[in-house]
Design a protein around this ligand. Structure first.
Ligand code: PLP
Length: 287
Protein backbone atom coordinates (compact mmCIF):
# COMPACT_ATOMS: atom_id res chain seq x y z
CA UNK A 1 0.00 0.00 0.00
CA UNK A 2 1.35 3.41 -0.96
CA UNK A 3 1.71 5.69 2.02
CA UNK A 4 0.26 9.13 2.33
CA UNK A 5 2.98 11.58 3.30
CA UNK A 6 2.96 15.27 4.22
CA UNK A 7 5.00 17.85 2.30
CA UNK A 8 4.73 21.61 2.85
CA UNK A 9 1.05 21.72 3.70
CA UNK A 10 -0.15 18.89 1.45
CA UNK A 11 -1.03 15.27 2.04
CA UNK A 12 0.13 13.28 -1.00
CA UNK A 13 0.77 9.71 -2.13
CA UNK A 14 4.47 9.02 -1.44
CA UNK A 15 5.27 8.72 -5.16
CA UNK A 16 4.00 12.23 -5.85
CA UNK A 17 5.78 14.03 -3.01
CA UNK A 18 8.67 16.21 -4.21
CA UNK A 19 11.43 18.34 -2.70
CA UNK A 20 13.71 20.64 -4.73
CA UNK A 21 17.26 19.55 -5.62
CA UNK A 22 18.31 22.94 -4.16
CA UNK A 23 16.86 22.08 -0.78
CA UNK A 24 19.49 22.77 1.89
CA UNK A 25 18.60 19.55 3.64
CA UNK A 26 19.76 17.70 0.52
CA UNK A 27 22.79 19.89 -0.29
CA UNK A 28 24.07 20.80 3.19
CA UNK A 29 22.35 18.53 5.73
CA UNK A 30 20.85 21.84 6.90
CA UNK A 31 17.85 20.32 8.62
CA UNK A 32 16.53 18.86 11.83
CA UNK A 33 14.30 15.91 12.53
CA UNK A 34 12.27 14.06 15.11
CA UNK A 35 11.01 10.50 15.35
CA UNK A 36 7.93 9.84 17.45
CA UNK A 37 6.77 6.32 18.10
CA UNK A 38 3.19 5.17 17.78
CA UNK A 39 1.76 2.43 20.00
CA UNK A 40 -1.85 1.38 19.73
CA UNK A 41 -2.44 4.21 17.24
CA UNK A 42 -1.27 6.86 19.73
CA UNK A 43 1.80 9.09 19.89
CA UNK A 44 4.36 8.45 22.60
CA UNK A 45 6.10 11.40 24.36
CA UNK A 46 4.76 13.79 21.69
CA UNK A 47 5.13 16.97 23.77
CA UNK A 48 8.80 16.20 24.47
CA UNK A 49 9.56 15.72 20.78
CA UNK A 50 7.93 19.04 19.85
CA UNK A 51 9.82 20.88 22.58
CA UNK A 52 13.14 19.42 21.40
CA UNK A 53 12.27 20.23 17.78
CA UNK A 54 11.71 23.88 18.71
CA UNK A 55 15.03 23.94 20.53
CA UNK A 56 16.89 22.37 17.57
CA UNK A 57 15.37 24.96 15.21
CA UNK A 58 16.17 27.83 17.52
CA UNK A 59 19.82 26.71 18.00
CA UNK A 60 20.21 26.80 14.20
CA UNK A 61 18.37 30.12 13.72
CA UNK A 62 15.69 28.36 11.71
CA UNK A 63 12.11 29.49 11.65
CA UNK A 64 9.43 27.23 13.15
CA UNK A 65 7.00 26.77 10.26
CA UNK A 66 4.10 25.21 12.19
CA UNK A 67 2.55 25.47 15.62
CA UNK A 68 2.71 22.54 18.06
CA UNK A 69 -1.07 22.17 17.67
CA UNK A 70 -0.80 21.91 13.87
CA UNK A 71 2.06 19.42 14.23
CA UNK A 72 -0.06 17.22 16.48
CA UNK A 73 -2.88 17.39 13.94
CA UNK A 74 -0.55 16.38 11.06
CA UNK A 75 0.92 13.50 13.08
CA UNK A 76 -2.54 12.25 13.97
CA UNK A 77 -3.84 12.56 10.43
CA UNK A 78 -0.89 10.57 9.01
CA UNK A 79 -1.36 7.87 11.66
CA UNK A 80 -5.05 7.76 10.79
CA UNK A 81 -4.87 7.66 6.98
CA UNK A 82 -1.97 5.20 6.97
CA UNK A 83 -3.69 3.03 9.59
CA UNK A 84 -0.65 2.91 11.84
CA UNK A 85 -1.21 0.77 14.90
CA UNK A 86 2.44 0.45 15.92
CA UNK A 87 5.19 2.36 14.16
CA UNK A 88 6.93 5.69 13.81
CA UNK A 89 6.27 9.17 12.51
CA UNK A 90 9.34 10.80 10.96
CA UNK A 91 9.41 14.60 10.75
CA UNK A 92 12.04 16.70 9.02
CA UNK A 93 12.35 20.47 8.68
CA UNK A 94 15.05 22.02 6.53
CA UNK A 95 16.09 25.61 5.79
CA UNK A 96 14.30 25.31 2.47
CA UNK A 97 15.27 25.64 -1.18
CA UNK A 98 16.70 29.05 -2.12
CA UNK A 99 16.91 28.12 -5.83
CA UNK A 100 20.71 27.83 -5.94
CA UNK A 101 23.60 26.54 -3.85
CA UNK A 102 25.17 28.98 -1.40
CA UNK A 103 26.79 28.50 2.00
CA UNK A 104 25.14 31.63 3.37
CA UNK A 105 21.73 31.06 4.95
CA UNK A 106 18.88 32.30 2.75
CA UNK A 107 16.48 34.95 4.01
CA UNK A 108 13.57 33.09 5.69
CA UNK A 109 11.21 35.80 4.38
CA UNK A 110 11.81 34.64 0.81
CA UNK A 111 12.86 31.01 1.40
CA UNK A 112 10.32 29.16 3.52
CA UNK A 113 11.49 26.06 5.34
CA UNK A 114 10.65 22.63 3.96
CA UNK A 115 8.60 20.35 6.17
CA UNK A 116 8.14 16.67 5.47
CA UNK A 117 6.50 13.94 7.53
CA UNK A 118 5.95 10.27 6.83
CA UNK A 119 4.97 7.18 8.77
CA UNK A 120 6.68 3.81 9.11
CA UNK A 121 4.51 0.87 10.08
CA UNK A 122 6.25 -1.44 12.61
CA UNK A 123 3.79 -4.04 13.85
CA UNK A 124 4.81 -5.31 17.29
CA UNK A 125 7.25 -2.41 17.83
CA UNK A 126 7.14 -2.91 21.60
CA UNK A 127 7.67 -6.68 21.34
CA UNK A 128 11.10 -6.71 19.74
CA UNK A 129 12.90 -10.07 20.26
CA UNK A 130 16.01 -8.04 21.18
CA UNK A 131 14.29 -7.06 24.42
CA UNK A 132 14.50 -10.73 25.44
CA UNK A 133 17.98 -11.58 24.14
CA UNK A 134 19.66 -8.20 24.65
CA UNK A 135 21.93 -6.31 22.26
CA UNK A 136 25.63 -6.71 21.68
CA UNK A 137 27.60 -3.53 21.04
CA UNK A 138 31.12 -2.55 20.06
CA UNK A 139 32.82 0.73 20.90
CA UNK A 140 34.02 3.07 18.17
CA UNK A 141 35.63 6.49 18.27
CA UNK A 142 33.22 9.42 18.39
CA UNK A 143 34.28 11.71 15.56
CA UNK A 144 30.99 13.61 15.19
CA UNK A 145 30.71 17.40 15.35
CA UNK A 146 30.50 19.32 18.63
CA UNK A 147 26.76 20.06 18.70
CA UNK A 148 25.28 16.60 19.10
CA UNK A 149 22.57 18.12 21.29
CA UNK A 150 20.93 19.47 18.10
CA UNK A 151 19.01 16.75 16.29
CA UNK A 152 20.29 17.42 12.78
CA UNK A 153 20.03 15.18 9.73
CA UNK A 154 23.83 14.85 9.58
CA UNK A 155 23.67 11.11 10.14
CA UNK A 156 26.56 9.89 8.00
CA UNK A 157 28.87 8.93 10.86
CA UNK A 158 26.10 7.23 12.86
CA UNK A 159 25.29 5.27 9.67
CA UNK A 160 28.97 4.34 9.33
CA UNK A 161 28.91 3.27 12.99
CA UNK A 162 25.92 1.00 12.35
CA UNK A 163 27.82 -0.52 9.41
CA UNK A 164 30.89 -1.11 11.58
CA UNK A 165 28.64 -2.89 14.06
CA UNK A 166 27.00 -4.91 11.30
CA UNK A 167 30.35 -5.99 9.88
CA UNK A 168 31.47 -6.98 13.39
CA UNK A 169 28.35 -9.15 13.67
CA UNK A 170 26.81 -7.16 16.54
CA UNK A 171 23.72 -4.99 16.98
CA UNK A 172 25.06 -1.47 17.47
CA UNK A 173 28.04 0.71 18.36
CA UNK A 174 28.68 2.99 21.32
CA UNK A 175 30.66 6.15 20.63
CA UNK A 176 33.68 6.75 22.84
CA UNK A 177 35.46 10.07 23.31
CA UNK A 178 38.55 10.38 25.54
CA UNK A 179 37.83 6.91 26.89
CA UNK A 180 34.28 7.84 27.92
CA UNK A 181 31.08 6.65 26.31
CA UNK A 182 29.03 9.48 24.84
CA UNK A 183 26.02 7.58 23.45
CA UNK A 184 24.93 4.93 20.94
CA UNK A 185 24.68 5.58 17.19
CA UNK A 186 20.97 6.43 17.57
CA UNK A 187 20.29 6.08 21.30
CA UNK A 188 21.46 7.07 24.77
CA UNK A 189 23.70 4.64 26.68
CA UNK A 190 23.47 3.50 30.31
CA UNK A 191 25.23 1.12 32.66
CA UNK A 192 23.89 -0.31 35.92
CA UNK A 193 25.85 -1.10 39.08
CA UNK A 194 23.69 -2.60 41.80
CA UNK A 195 20.65 -0.32 42.09
CA UNK A 196 22.47 2.60 40.42
CA UNK A 197 21.90 3.72 36.85
CA UNK A 198 24.79 5.67 35.34
CA UNK A 199 24.37 7.70 32.14
CA UNK A 200 26.26 10.59 30.65
CA UNK A 201 25.22 14.06 31.86
CA UNK A 202 23.51 16.41 29.41
CA UNK A 203 25.66 18.82 27.42
CA UNK A 204 26.67 19.41 23.80
CA UNK A 205 28.23 15.93 23.52
CA UNK A 206 25.00 13.94 23.36
CA UNK A 207 21.45 14.21 22.15
CA UNK A 208 19.07 15.04 24.98
CA UNK A 209 16.93 11.96 24.51
CA UNK A 210 13.22 12.37 25.10
CA UNK A 211 13.08 8.72 26.18
CA UNK A 212 16.11 9.37 28.44
CA UNK A 213 14.26 12.17 30.27
CA UNK A 214 11.17 10.01 30.82
CA UNK A 215 13.12 6.90 31.83
CA UNK A 216 15.25 8.78 34.38
CA UNK A 217 12.10 10.31 35.88
CA UNK A 218 10.44 6.88 36.18
CA UNK A 219 13.65 5.38 37.61
CA UNK A 220 13.81 8.03 40.34
CA UNK A 221 10.11 7.56 41.11
CA UNK A 222 10.78 3.81 41.48
CA UNK A 223 13.54 4.57 44.05
CA UNK A 224 16.34 3.55 41.69
CA UNK A 225 19.50 5.65 42.05
CA UNK A 226 20.47 7.76 39.06
CA UNK A 227 23.93 9.19 38.48
CA UNK A 228 24.37 11.50 35.50
CA UNK A 229 28.09 11.43 34.70
CA UNK A 230 30.47 10.21 32.04
CA UNK A 231 31.51 6.57 32.36
CA UNK A 232 34.42 4.80 30.68
CA UNK A 233 34.19 1.89 28.29
CA UNK A 234 36.11 -0.19 30.86
CA UNK A 235 33.48 0.62 33.49
CA UNK A 236 30.84 -0.52 30.99
CA UNK A 237 32.60 -3.85 30.56
CA UNK A 238 32.52 -4.35 34.34
CA UNK A 239 28.87 -3.29 34.76
CA UNK A 240 26.12 -5.55 36.14
CA UNK A 241 23.72 -4.48 33.39
CA UNK A 242 23.56 -2.02 30.53
CA UNK A 243 20.87 -0.66 28.26
CA UNK A 244 20.03 1.96 25.68
CA UNK A 245 17.00 4.19 25.22
CA UNK A 246 15.42 5.78 22.16
CA UNK A 247 11.97 6.65 20.87
CA UNK A 248 11.88 3.56 18.65
CA UNK A 249 13.65 1.04 20.93
CA UNK A 250 12.21 2.33 24.24
CA UNK A 251 14.47 0.65 26.86
CA UNK A 252 16.61 -2.09 25.30
CA UNK A 253 19.04 -4.30 27.24
CA UNK A 254 22.71 -4.52 26.26
CA UNK A 255 24.37 -7.81 27.23
CA UNK A 256 27.81 -7.51 25.67
CA UNK A 257 30.31 -4.69 25.16
CA UNK A 258 33.35 -5.24 22.92
CA UNK A 259 33.00 -9.02 23.28
CA UNK A 260 32.75 -8.92 27.10
CA UNK A 261 29.53 -10.37 28.53
CA UNK A 262 27.90 -8.23 31.24
CA UNK A 263 26.72 -9.97 34.42
CA UNK A 264 25.42 -13.39 33.46
CA UNK A 265 25.19 -12.37 29.80
CA UNK A 266 21.41 -12.02 29.94
CA UNK A 267 19.24 -8.88 30.04
CA UNK A 268 19.32 -7.43 33.55
CA UNK A 269 16.40 -7.34 35.99
CA UNK A 270 16.53 -3.61 36.59
CA UNK A 271 16.57 -2.98 32.83
CA UNK A 272 13.58 -5.28 32.30
CA UNK A 273 11.68 -3.49 35.08
CA UNK A 274 12.46 -0.06 33.61
CA UNK A 275 11.32 -1.18 30.16
CA UNK A 276 8.07 -2.41 31.65
CA UNK A 277 7.48 0.83 33.58
CA UNK A 278 8.37 3.00 30.58
CA UNK A 279 6.05 1.15 28.22
CA UNK A 280 3.21 1.11 30.70
CA UNK A 281 3.47 4.79 31.69
CA UNK A 282 4.09 6.13 28.20
CA UNK A 283 1.18 4.18 26.77
CA UNK A 284 -1.02 5.72 29.46
CA UNK A 285 0.16 9.23 28.57
CA UNK A 286 0.05 8.69 24.77
CA UNK A 287 -2.01 11.16 22.72
N1 PLP B 1 21.17 9.81 20.78
C1 PLP B 1 21.20 9.85 19.44
C2 PLP B 1 22.49 10.11 18.74
C3 PLP B 1 20.02 9.63 18.70
O1 PLP B 1 20.06 9.66 17.36
C4 PLP B 1 18.83 9.33 19.40
C5 PLP B 1 17.58 9.10 18.67
O2 PLP B 1 17.50 9.15 17.48
C6 PLP B 1 18.85 9.30 20.80
C7 PLP B 1 20.04 9.55 21.46
C8 PLP B 1 17.62 8.99 21.59
O3 PLP B 1 16.74 10.07 21.61
P1 PLP B 1 15.16 9.85 21.79
O4 PLP B 1 14.98 9.10 23.07
O5 PLP B 1 14.62 11.22 21.87
O6 PLP B 1 14.71 9.08 20.60
Amino acid sequence: MSRTVYVNGEYLPEGEAKVSIFDRGFLMADGVYEVTSVLGGKLIDFAGHVTRLERSLSELDMATPVTPEALLEIHRELVRVNEIEDGLVYLQITRGAPGDRDFVFPDPATTPSTIVLFTQSKPGLADSPLAKTGMRVISIEDVRWGRRDIKTVQLLYPSMGKMMAKRAGVDDAWFVEDGHVTEGTSNNAYIVKGNRIITRHLGNDILHGITRAAVLRFAREAQMEVEERAFTIDEAKGADEAFITSASAFVMPVVEVDGVALGDGKPGKLTARLREIYLEESRKAAV
